[in-house]
Design a protein around this ligand. Structure first.
Ligand SMILES: [Ca+2]
Length: 242
């Protein structure tokens, strides 16, 4: 137990020094075209939520930390939070007065009029963390190195930013949305969640360190069961603008 205490006291030191995903970027949907004018402006986290932020949240909410916790996560607290199911991600956002983005909000933030978050320039190891030569799969891109086999610290690829400054919208981790595969919104209901919601599948966006370039395009998506905890799925939150 002493080890855990030491580790977490170190965590607080680290927390003061990492880029927090809570730093937000305002998106005005109307700027993307009149067809989006019905969507209200929103603020979206600049980065994926970090491991440090998730640990802070779990400590504050007295989550029971299992003994193998450390082994499931990398020790760098600026890494993106992962192994987080949809409900915990939504609860985290709720705690901050925010929520998970809808698919449409996420795509507006990534850019509906461009191929990648940064525009049309082809992918290389400076713009996103994807399945490069370090990835060691049959679809690895042997001519590209992004420097990481798996996750990278959030914000490691500034050349991959959107014009507004959003980072890792392509790659690093897939990101939860609040949109089910049938296109309807999945509401987070704290302790009164509908039983069917635990069996639902939602849209995830952006691709991950294990993805090919096609999956990192703004319009692409995948789907995931809400109760899935995966090392390649993380999240960021959005806040509504008053
Ligand atoms: Ca991402």
């Amino acid at each position: 137990m002493k080890f855990w205490g030491l580790w977490f006291s170190g965590c607080w030191v680290c927390l003061s020094g990492i880029a927090l995903g809570a730093e937000g970027v305002k998106i005005d949907p109307a700027l993307s075209g009149p067809e989006y004018a019905q969507i209200k402006p929103f603020v979206i986290d600049k980065t994926e939520v970090t491991l440090g932020e998730l640990i802070h949240y779990r400590q504050a909410n007295k989550f029971k930390l299992v003994p193998d916790y450390q082994h499931k996560f990398p020790s760098d607290l600026s890494m993106p939070a992962n192994l987080v199911d949809w409900f915990e991600a939504a609860a985290y956002c709720r705690t901050l007065g925010k929520r998970l983005p809808t698919r449409q909000e996420w795509e507006l933030a990534a850019g509906v009029n461009r191929t990648y978050p940064w525009g049309e320039a082809p992918l290389d190891g400076t713009r996103a963390n994807l399945c490069d030569k370090n990835c060691k799969t049959p679809w690895s891109l042997w001519r590209i190195s992004d420097g990481y086999e798996r996750q990278a610290p959030v914000g490691s690829y500034p050349l991959g930013a959107t014009p507004e400054g959003l980072l890792d919208m392509a790659g690093n981790l897939w990101e939860w949305t609040a949109t089910k595969v049938d296109g309807t919104w999945l509401a987070y209901k704290d302790k009164d969640q509908d039983r069917d919601d635990f069996m639902a599948e939602v849209i995830i966006k952006g691709g991950s360190y294990g993805s090919n370039p096609e999956q990192l395009k703004n319009k692409e998506f995948a789907k995931s069961p809400t109760n899935f905890q995966a090392s390649h799925v993380g999240f960021r939150c959005v806040g509504e603008v008053q």
